[in-house]
Write a protein of this length. Structure first.
Length: 174
């Protein structure tokens, strides 16, 4: 048991000795509170200045709100279009806008019966008129006849869109 106690004391002494050997000591005649001198050519230490307070982001402006009455507006997708001669011209299935957000054309599902044999035709937005109709909020009237629309080419994905104008002329959208 004396050997075990002696080994413990020897181990503790070695640990204490190694701890003091790793602690730097100040040279005689200098104040130990000063940091050690920087080696020559080293950049000067950065001045310890408090970090500036982070700027508070401005509170976002609340969005504007517009209330649209149910009697003032309506959705148009799926709405029936009639000619000035009261012919069924089909239904609006899509609306095309340009890069600036201006409405350019309506795509109507034209011809066929119950969707069979129909074609998608682009009609100039200016050729459509939204008029009050009895029993409905608005009727959509097209300034073209069925015969004029029959000749219009079908809209196809990946191809330039040919738009049928109010005068019956074809116009290409880029």
């Amino acid at each position: 048991m004396r050997v075990g106690l002696g080994m413990i004391l020897l181990g503790a002494a070695l640990i204490a000795l190694s701890a003091t050997a790793q602690t730097p000591t100040a040279p005689s005649g200098t104040d130990s509170a000063q940091p050690p001198a920087e080696p020559p050519g080293a950049p000067p230490p950065a001045a310890a200045s408090p970090a500036p307070p982070s700027p508070t982001p401005p509170s976002p402006t609340p969005p504007s709100v517009t209330v649209l009455g149910s009697q003032e507006v309506q959705g148009i997708l799926g709405r029936e279009i009639r000619s000035t001669a009261d012919e069924n011209m089909g239904r609006i299935v899509d609306v095309l806008v340009d890069g600036e957000g201006r409405t350019r054309a309506a795509i109507i599902d034209f011809g066929g019966f119950l969707g069979v044999g129909s074609r998608k035709i682009a009609i100039d937005w200016k050729a459509l008129h939204f008029v009050p109709a009895a029993g409905k909020k608005y009727g959509i009237v097209l300034e073209l006849t069925r015969d004029q629309v029959k000749t219009a080419p079908e809209v196809k994905d990946g191809k330039p869109t040919i738009v049928l104008g109010a005068s019956g002329n074809l116009e290409s959208l880029p």
